[in-house]
Design a protein around this ligand. Structure first.
Ligand code: PMP
Length: 366
């Protein structure tokens, strides 16, 4: 007898514009070498684990109360960390920079409005845009994944987007954007310009942060996260720096008490230990540069990387290579243009396993 089909989301009266859409789904597979979500491979030290536990214990006694709705102390700490003259009234925090992006689009995007980005880039920008009812417009990057200012200006004049996303260093390509290009785009943007700097701390020398452009640019928003260099992906803490008027606008959409007391104290403790947490960044950068050199030496195409990951190719069938690596216990990411794969920079021993596995998979290919 025919089996009754199990009802799914499609049977529910969901919004028409969400029908047929795929949820975010980077595979969470338990393998020995996980190089697929751009995390920092270093877990907190025993000393930091102790400090985090003590901070949570101290906060636990007040968990009957709502958290500080405006996360005032945390924002002071984040401003202090950012430098560039940024003050607490220019800093806002939320549960990951994904929530920051969502709040930005809820305020400045929405039905009847558009957001423009340069693909390939971070897939959640268009996804969050669409979920917020904002129409997404894709503008292209050039062959080496940079943004050509003239092309960008043309696209901005054509589409008059309410929000522009620039990601620097860009995910999944790793490419950083020269400040001059950000400035040219700021000069013609009719709305808000968001520079997503999730990977800022991994940049090579000489690629400055867009934070230095905040004075005099009240429509610029720079977003950051503690998920990458800060090695705190599990904490879910993202933040932004912008003109205080932007923060005032964001208060219109943030949920009351969105940032838990536990999140706030854990983030503050991590910032207090930032020297230790960020100490690994230098080593990750060196490991990245060595990886780029090795891949190029092996004949792969490799995008210049200012991040903690590397985009490499080009593969006729990247799915086969991805699967071959997985069979050897190495998880990388099938993301970005179809002939490329992205690998996160892990510990030196993990990268050694990756190199051996890749060489074997490619040897088996021929
Ligand atoms: N922006 C970029 C460019 C990213 O790659 C990521 C994470 N992959 C994020 C934002 C979101 O990070 P989180 O929500 O953990 O801060």
């Amino acid at each position: 007898s025919p089996r009754a089909r199990t009802p799914g989301a499609a049977d529910l009266p969901i919004r028409d514009d969400l029908r047929g859409r795929d949820p975010y789904g980077a595979p969470q597979i338990d393998v020995p070498v996980r190089l697929n979500t751009n995390e920092n491979p270093h877990p907190p030290s025993p000393r930091l684990v102790r400090a985090l536990a003590d901070a949570v214990e101290r906060a636990a006694g007040s968990l009957n109360r709502y958290p500080d709705r405006d996360a005032v102390e945390l924002r002071k700490d984040l401003a202090d960390y950012l430098g560039h003259g940024v003050t607490a009234d220019q800093v806002w925090a939320a549960n990951g920079s994904n929530e920051i992006i969502q709040q930005i689009l809820q305020v400045f995007g929405g039905p009847g409005r558009t957001a423009l980005g340069f693909e390939p880039s971070y897939s959640m920008h268009p996804t969050i845009a669409r979920v917020s009812g904002t129409e997404w417009i894709n503008a292209d990057r050039d062959a080496d994944f940079g943004i050509d200012p003239q092309g960008a200006i043309g696209a901005i004049h054509r589409h008059r987007p309410d929000v522009i996303f620039l990601t620097s260093p860009n995910n999944p390509t790793g490419t950083a954007l020269p400040l001059a290009v950000v400035q040219e785009i700021l000069a013609v943007a009719p709305g808000m310009v968001v520079v997503d700097e999730a990977y800022a701390e991994f940049r090579r020398q000489g690629t400055p942060s867009a934070l230095s452009l905040l004075p005099g640019n009240p429509r610029l928003i720079v977003t950051r996260t503690m998920s990458k260099a800060f090695a705190m992906a599990g904490t879910r803490l993202g933040y932004l720096a912008a003109d205080p008027a932007v923060l005032e606008a964001l208060l219109l959409v943030r949920l009351p008490y969105h940032l838990s007391t536990v999140t706030q104290v854990v983030a503050r403790t991590a910032i207090a230990h930032r020297e230790e947490l960020l100490a690994a960044v230098g080593a990750i950068r060196e490991e990245r540069d060595a990886l780029v050199g090795w891949l190029r030496g092996e004949g792969f195409a490799v995008a210049d990387s200012d991040a903690n990951f590397v985009l490499f190719g080009r593969f006729g069938d990247r799915g086969r290579v991805w699967r071959g690596l997985l069979d050897k216990g190495v998880l990388v990411r099938e993301v970005g243009p179809p002939e490329w794969l992205r690998v996160t920079v892990g510990l030196p021993e993990e990268m050694a396993v990756f190199r051996t596995a890749l060489a074997e998979v490619m040897g088996a290919e021929v």
